[in-house]
Design a protein. Structure first.
Length: 275
């Protein structure tokens, strides 16, 4: 799908944050955050982390999160990547797993040592420069920088990546996640996704929650709602049109699921964040 005003990848440096709680924002991309000064408390999903200088954070586009600043000046780099770029652009499953797979032991925050921080920081600085200038092929260049950064990180800290060895089930779940990303706009069953990964529906169902952190059904709902949030903010499509584009034939069913997940209606969400 095409969205207005949303680049495939972005990166900015923030050094002016001086209020205690960061304002809520519309979140529908994968995020990497490198803290360069100050401290904050991050709540990601149901987990709480303390962030200080040299903390590198990976947040899935399906995870709720917010930050409470504890020490100023609080400075950081924030890079965002679209689902398509993460799923299709990062070819190596071991590298992409840090964005999309959430087993029980997964930790969102990497506390880098000084040497690794010195290795990773220039990647963010170059990302910020590329995004600010946006010259020809900046998306390709940024993707190359992210991939290079992930390789450096994996070589130093492989334990932080969910996929650490070749696993047929991990690969099957990743294939199923990619299948959802390509077909979420229509009726979709676990049997179809399992067939695309050449495993049984039962095997995929058993492995999906263990590897991704949620069931297949929950992941599909979260994916659709995230896509709906993006459409609500970046297009003028009606609620019924958005419901249809994210795979819901019945608009009332879509509104109910959206309200249950976001504690607001699609229309109220659009009004809150559209500006």
């Amino acid at each position: 799908m095409n969205y207005t005003h949303i680049p495939e990848i972005s990166c900015f440096y923030s050094d002016t944050i001086d209020h205690a709680i960061l304002n809520p924002c519309a979140h529908f991309e994968y995020e990497m955050i490198l803290v360069t000064g100050g401290s904050s408390q991050a709540i990601i999903g149901h987990r709480t982390y303390s962030l200080t200088r040299r903390c590198l954070v990976f947040i899935s586009r399906l995870e709720r999160h917010n930050f409470v600043i504890q020490k100023t000046p609080y400075t950081r780099y924030v890079a965002t990547m679209s689902s398509q770029l993460v799923m299709s652009g990062i070819k190596e499953p071991k590298l992409s797993s840090i964005f999309i797979q959430r087993p029980k032991e997964f930790c969102h925050v990497l506390e880098l040592d000084e040497s690794t921080y010195g290795l990773i920081l220039p990647h963010f600085q170059k990302l910020e420069e590329e995004y600010r200038l946006r010259q020809e092929f900046f998306t390709t260049c940024c993707l190359s920088l992210v991939t290079s950064m992930l390789i450096d990180l994996y070589r130093r800290c492989p334990r932080y990546f969910p996929v650490r060895a070749d696993s047929s089930l991990s690969s099957a779940v990743l294939t199923a996640q990619r299948y959802i990303g390509e077909h979420f706009h229509r009726k979709l069953t676990i049997g179809e996704a399992a067939a695309s990964a050449y495993v049984s529906a039962h095997a995929l169902s058993m492995a999906f929650k263990d590897i991704s952190g949620v069931t297949f059904k929950e992941y599909l709902i979260l994916y659709r709602i995230t896509e709906a949030k993006k459409l609500l903010i970046t297009t003028d499509l009606s609620i019924s049109e958005i419901a249809e584009q994210v795979g819901y034939i019945n608009v009332n069913n879509f509104v109910k699921i959206f309200r249950d997940r976001e504690h607001t209606t699609p229309l109220q969400y659009r009004r809150q964040f559209a500006s």
